[in-house]
Design a protein around this ligand. Structure first.
Ligand SMILES: [Zn+2]
Ligand SMILES: [Zn+2]
Length: 213
């Protein structure tokens, strides 16, 4: 399995190119402002990218979607509950002059909790993990979790941005959906370095409780 993290943009976001070595098919997760770097990595990879699946629709993760769609001719998938976040993208971009080029992309389809998205011979299991935004999803592919802005190394996402609900809902979602996965599963977040479920259960200050020890 190919995992390539491309970091960049004003918010230092991570985009992931995930590919199947057997079929050389791949997807983009959260193509943001670093879209030029992402597209040149796609070209170098030799992968055929067949779709974009976003964890959520904050501007730092969605800024490059329309450009990627046009260059690669591929559909864009999100969770339906995150459509209102995407619909507010033009408003969000007005507050950040460097995002004035951003065009709101059309969505070709919705993914839901329990869906299995094919990437060649790989399967991405879709989990709904709300709190940071209404329709935030995580993708679990083999022992790798693409977590967007839910769980970070040593932290969790904010709940005061568009679509954010409450810290209780966010940490509750993480405990119910992510901390029930095996400790050795890798976590690839939307910002910052990768971590594992085991490390975060043990040392993340938002969850430090005796029940995990
Ligand atoms: Zn976000
Ligand atoms: Zn973010």
């Amino acid at each position: 399995m190919i995992i390539n993290c491309i970091t960049g943009g004003a918010f230092i976001e991570n985009c992931y190119i995930v590919g199947d070595e057997k079929t050389m098919e791949g997807i983009l997760i959260d193509p943001g402002e670093q879209i030029d770097d992402i597209l040149s990595e796609v070209e170098k990879s030799g992968l055929t990218i067949t779709k974009i699946v976003n964890t959520h629709n904050h501007l730092d993760h969605v800024a490059g979607v329309e450009i990627a769609k046009q260059k690669l001719g591929i559909p864009f998938y999100i969770h339906k509950k995150d459509q209102p976040v995407l619909d507010l993208l033009p408003e969000a971009c007005k507050r950040w002059p460097q995002y004035s080029y951003v065009v709101k992309p059309d969505v070709e389809g919705y993914v839901e909790e329990g869906d299995k998205v094919e990437i060649g011979s790989l399967i991405a299991d879709i989990l709904l993990v709300p709190g940071h935004s209404w329709g935030h999803i995580c993708l679990v592919i083999e022992d790798n979790i693409f977590a967007g802005d839910t769980l970070f190394a040593g932290s969790v996402g904010r709940v005061d941005l568009t679509g954010g609900t409450s810290m209780e809902e966010l940490t509750g979602s993480i405990e119910a959906k992510l901390f029930t996965l095996p400790d050795n599963y890798n976590v690839f977040p939307g910002h910052g370095p990768a971590t594992t479920i085991g490390i975060e259960k043990q040392s993340n200050p938002f969850f430090r409780r005796s029940s995990y020890s």
